[in-house]
Design a protein around this ligand. Structure first.
Ligand SMILES: Cc1cc2nc3c(=O)[nH]c(=O)nc-3n(C[C@H](O)[C@H](O)[C@H](O)COP(=O)(O)OP(=O)(O)OC[C@H]3O[C@@H](n4cnc5c(N)ncnc54)[C@H](O)[C@@H]3O)c2cc1C
Length: 467
């Protein structure tokens, strides 16, 4: 009897695993979604809720894209860089919070800028009184002078990102923080970047706030991020997994899309070995990956795509057995301190992402493919990061590092150079003419956070509800 029951349980497990792991068995799917990052998964969930058949085609063995996390030796890290959940968009914020349900920690931001050996409150313009007094005066005076000049019409509106920093914040804040930090993260001259993307995102702070900040009265900037959420267990990937739950059976992992052709009104999507058909294709994969999948791409469109700029990213993960700072994360604008632009402390987001009595550090280094950083070995990167953290006192002892790992992301940040708008318009028009929808960070080629990706997925589905 016991053996018989075990056999039944065994058969049930086999049945369960088969059905969970099998992709949709239909030959013709209605909507094929290319890429299983947050955007692709959200699109699939929304389309399925409307009763459409969907399949998500993901090249990697795991879905999640930039929102993947990994747990090893009790340490959970977000492998696409440190992620937190926040938004001004209440519908989207609610969508993310509901997806996580009880598995959610709420935190108060405690973020700094490491400036000339001191930790200054973030955003920089809200921490002016923590600067040396002459630097504080420089920032305050230049902010006021710039404001007056703008109001008198003596300063023309900015034409590039560099000019925008000086025009909006004045020479002091621009030179001490904004310019060095931005040139470090973008690896691109600010004078050759467009400013269209910051104009709405970051307004000029009110003069009252700058004065208060300079004399030491508490003010806050970037207020929609003061409180943020993070999954209690499993890292940011838990969010994507929670959204994916109802459509997991429709995700084809290990399916690297290599060609897309259209015959009459049907699309045929192939990975080189297998071909699927679909009535509609929505791409969330990078444009640089999508275009080579298409036949007869006009030369001007290909040139526009080749001209798009992006940054790659190295993340260094350290599991540590010692007391380290309790900041949420710290921006590092200067080159002298290290190659990295940001140090995050994920152990402060949730007590369940490290073993007991341990802490964790996530260091981000942007780079351009083929540059000096890209040529460093993983050991060299690790050594550099650990030595730099010891130098600035974030780490006390080398032996405290009990876990170390390096991860590389090819597509991390979109760079808005001055020819961006012309190039992207040409590519989008072309994809529209081929009836391929574009949604997501590298498909739209926009600086979208998770909330922007979800918002664009929601809007796309609302605009094209029948697939
Ligand atoms: C360092 C860093 C920190 C961030 N921090 C935050 C944060 O704190 N909060 C926040 O809201 N957002 C943050 N973001 C932004 C967030 O990661 C993105 O907005 C989001 O993950 C983008 O999702 P996506 O699905 O559009 O793209 P991706 O995650 O890039 O997904 C694209 C998917 O397509 C797949 N793919 C590519 N080529 C193919 C192919 N040929 N065939 C099939 N599949 C393919 C990829 O494997 C990937 O899974 C951060 C981003 C970075 C880089």
């Amino acid at each position: 009897m016991k053996i018989f029951l075990s056999y039944i349980v065994y058969l049930n497990i086999i049945y369960f695993e088969y059905h969970i792991n099998q992709p949709c068995t239909v030959d013709t799917v209605k909507i094929a979604i290319l890429g299983g990052g947050l955007t692709g998964i959200t699109l699939a969930k929304l389309y399925q809720e409307l009763g459409n058949e969907v399949v998500v085609l993901e090249k990697n063995p795991k879905y999640g894209g930039l929102c993947q996390s990994r747990t090893e030796q009790g340490f959970t890290f977000d492998i696409g860089g440190s992620h937190i959940i926040f938004s001004k968009d209440t519908e989207v914020l609610d969508f993310m919070h509901r997806a996580l349900g009880e598995n959610r920690e709420m935190r108060q931001r405690n973020t700094k800028i490491f400036h000339r050996g001191k930790y200054i409150k973030y955003p920089f313009e809200n921490g002016l009184h923590e600067l040396d007094v002459d630097e504080c005066f420089f920032c305050l005076n230049e902010f006021i002078r710039t404001l007056l000049a703008v109001e008198r019409g003596e300063t023309p509106p900015p034409e590039n990102f560099r000019e925008w920093m000086f025009y909006t914040f004045g020479k002091g804040i621009a030179e001490l923080y904004l310019l060095p930090y931005n040139e470090k993260i973008w690896k691109y001259p600010a004078s050759q970047m467009s400013c269209h993307w910051v104009e709405d995102r970051i307004p000029r702070p009110p003069i009252e706030d700058i004065i208060k900040s300079a004399i030491g009265i508490e003010t806050e900037g970037y207020t929609h991020q003061i409180q943020f959420a993070y999954p209690r267990t499993g890292g940011i990937e838990t969010l994507v997994r929670a959204i994916a739950r109802p459509i997991e059976g429709c995700i084809r992992t290990n399916f690297c899309v290599s060609s897309i052709r259209r015959q009459n009104s049907t699309f045929f999507i192939s990975n080189g070995e297998e071909e699927l058909s679909a009535d509609r294709v929505i791409s969330t994969i990078p444009l640089q990956t999508l275009l080579p999948c298409l036949a007869e791409v006009p030369i001007l469109v290909q040139k526009a795509c080749d001209a798009l700029k992006y940054n790659s990213l190295y993340c260094v993960f350290l599991g540590v057995r010692e007391v380290i700072p309790t900041f949420s994360w710290v921006y590092i604008p200067d080159q002298k301190t290290g190659l990295f632009n940001r140090i995050s402390f994920p152990y402060t987001y949730s007590p369940r992402v490290t073993p007991q009595d341990h802490s964790s550090i996530l260091v981000e280094i942007t780079f351009k493919e083929g540059d000096e950083v890209d040529h460093l070995t993983r050991e060299e990167l690790l050594t550099h990061v650990i030595n730099s953290l010891l130098d600035i006192g974030v780490l006390q002892k080398r032996e405290s590092v009990v876990y170390a790992m390096v991860e590389r992301q090819k597509f991390a940040y979109v760079i808005y150079d001055l020819s961006y708008q012309e190039n992207i318009t040409r590519i989008r028009d072309f994809c529209k003419s081929r009836q391929i929808g574009l949604v997501g960070r590298f498909a739209q080629f926009e600086y979208l956070n998770m909330d922007g990706c979800i918002r664009n997925a929601i809007n796309f589905v609302r605009e094209h509800p029948c697939g």
